[in-house]
Ligand binder design. Sequence first.
Ligand code: ZN
Length: 227
Amino acid sequence: MSNQGMWSLYLILLGGPGAGKGTQGQMLSTYLGIPRISSGDLFREHIHSRTDLGRLAQSFIEQGALVPDDITISMVMDRLDRPDCRRGTILDGFPRTVPQAEALDDELRRRAKQISLVLDLQVAFQILIERLTGRWLCRVCGASFHTKLRPPAMAGICDFCGNTLFQREDDHPETVVQRLEVYSHQTEPLRQFYAQVGLLHVVDGGQSVEEVQRDLIQALKTRLGVG
Ligand SMILES: [Zn+2]
């Protein structure tokens, strides 16, 4: 970090399946020296270490029900209150809905903090479909290939053990289109919520990893004067 000012940043990263959220979130975390908090990881940690919140969340998951917002928010805020988050954090996978976003605003306000910027990785459906349907796996050695990004030497055959590659159900084109539509439908109100308060910053996630990284860092500089 070249900027020595006492900033603290609360960034939200939005982006559906295949948008590169994990990769870019990790990059931003390293670049800014603040942790990336994934709601999925938090759930797994709490359930694994059998905390009160974890046990509570698990009871809903076991009934096939959605975990109520107040439990999710408690987990996130508990994480945000730890010392490594004193200069902020990058939220990945949370908030998912407008009520969650409102609750997050309230909790941050109580701590005299606020969301700094919402970075939205937007990728054209066609590109996402190419990214998400190109993955082929080896059942025997676990190797992973991609028809465009990392093709095996011989189509359909594992480079390492010579076995036949297969495609996961989740990566079939029909399933992928459905997943993308669900994501886009669910997050639209959230994007509008942040756009209305001028916090939504759209980045073209259809570019290369390096180009997206450059645009994200540029956004931190121009919008927040950080970096
Ligand atoms: Zn193999």
